[in-house]
Design a protein around this ligand. Structure first.
Ligand SMILES: C[S@@+](CC[C@H](N)C(=O)[O-])C[C@H]1O[C@@H](n2cnc3c(N)ncnc32)[C@H](O)[C@@H]1O
Length: 387
């Protein structure tokens, strides 16, 4: 393979001349492999040049740094055994190598880059999800680490959820500082988000955590406990039970994602009762309020249209939930935690414990009353629980 040798010589000369910008290897010989590309840059670590090699897989990047001699050997090997295409960028030219049906092609273009990039070592954004074994067991990834065909949206949701929790923990630095964080996930289902959060907190954020998923369906509880055991997630367990009659100890964080209809209210109530510092829920199926909606003019026009009535019911239900959290000593925020293209159930309500005066509490209750009157609502389920 003469042209490959020529390409590698040009690459080595470019490094020697210090006009090297980047080398990209692509078109894996093994089409079933999750490894899509290798991107090579030069960085200075402890005053010495290193190759920074990013192995770009379908779902994640793996970055490693190598001394120059080792790096050359690894790159030689990647070109010989793994990738069919290579592109070298330096400040003199762009040089391309392609191997097709054992036929080599080497050609060059005008240089894309006129300056070499800074050789400083970029701090990589830390990966939030470290362990992937449970994602395979849960059917999100296949055994090669690729996202299963119909699981892309769920995988995005899992990653986004972990990001949200990461940022909430930054805003609540006292959590997990000296003591174990006690978390309950109400209506944990198949545990997608429970496992990812446990993995992030223990293996990435290195926070001591005790976590429990509560789920009504015994087969899911059994399945999740088996996955937790296989992954050696010692402080994660799942218990069978209904949210409404589950007795919680004092806890730090309560999660309820997509717990249907009033199960979200049961969960919020349990979180307040258990003194949780953080209550995080993503409600779904807002049936309880919809049945009662009977708005007075001019709001009645909204509730005359099916889909708008449905959305209005969601908004009123969740607004009252947020106000009730505020009235009960939580600063509430409501936001979309993932884009609507991934799931319709994307509104998240977060309550962060924060003292409330009796005057403020009264103000929240007055606002709730006014809202209920405007929409003809007799009872909001969470309100009845909190009375
Ligand atoms: C839509 S799934 C969501 C699962 C998980 N939280 C997630 O977001 O991936 C809702 C789960 O909550 C459970 N569930 C609903 N109501 C419940 C209740 N009152 N008590 C316990 N589990 C409940 C259901 O069995 C189901 O597994």
């Amino acid at each position: 393979m003469l042209k490959r040798k020529e390409f590698i010589t040009a690459f080595k000369e470019s490094v020697d001349k210090d006009n090297f910008v980047r080398l990209t290897l692509s078109r894996n010989v093994d089409k079933t492999s999750s490894l899509r590309k290798a991107i090579i840059k030069i960085v200075v670590i402890k005053k010495k040049l290193h190759f920074c090699i990013v192995h770009r897989h379908a779902t994640n990047d793996i970055t490693k740094n190598f001394g120059i001699t080792d790096g050359f050997n690894i790159i030689d090997d990647l070109m010989e055994n793994t990738f069919l295409n290579a592109a070298l960028f330096n400040t003199e030219k762009d040089l391309f190598y392609e191997l097709n049906n054992r036929k080599e092609r080497l050609y060059e273009n005008k240089a894309t880059f006129t300056e070499i990039p800074p050789r400083t070592h970029d701090k990589q954004k830390p990966k939030l999800i470290v362990n992937t074994s449970y994602l395979v067991q849960l059917g999100i990834l296949d055994d090669k680490g690729r996202v299963q065909k119909d699981k892309g949206a769920k995988y995005k949701q899992i990653k986004k959820f972990v990001e949200v929790i990461e940022s909430l923990l930054k805003k609540n630095p006292s959590l997990g500082k000296d003591q174990t964080i006690n978390i309950f996930d109400m209506g944990s289902g198949k545990g997608y988000l429970t496992f990812a959060l446990y993995d992030y907190l223990t293996n990435n954020a290195q926070i001591d955590v005790k976590m429990c998923g509560v789920e009504a369906r015994p087969e899911l509880v059994q399945f999740c406990n088996e996955v937790a055991k296989k992954d050696n997630f010692k402080n994660l367990s799942f218990q069978e039970g209904f949210i409404s009659n589950f007795t919680l100890p004092n806890i730090d964080m309560l999660i309820a994602l997509h717990a249907c209809d009033t199960a979200t209210d049961d969960a919020i109530y349990k979180g307040i009762e258990a003194g949780a510092q953080l209550i995080i829920c993503a409600p779904c199926c807002h049936k309880q309020i919809r049945k009662q909606l009977n708005a007075t003019a001019p709001l009645d026009s909204i509730t005359n249209f099916g889909i708008l009535k449905e959305r209005q019911a969601e908004m009123v239900t969740d607004t009252i939930r947020a106000l009730l959290l505020e009235a009960n000593g939580y600063k509430a925020s409501v936001f979309e935690f993932i884009s609507t293209e991934h799931t319709g159930k994307n509104v998240m309500i977060v309550g962060q414990k924060s003292p409330v005066s009796s005057a403020e509490k009264n103000d929240y209750l007055v606002r709730i009353k006014a809202l209920k009157i405007s929409f003809g609502i007799k009872t909001h389920y969470l309100e009845t629980l909190l009375k």
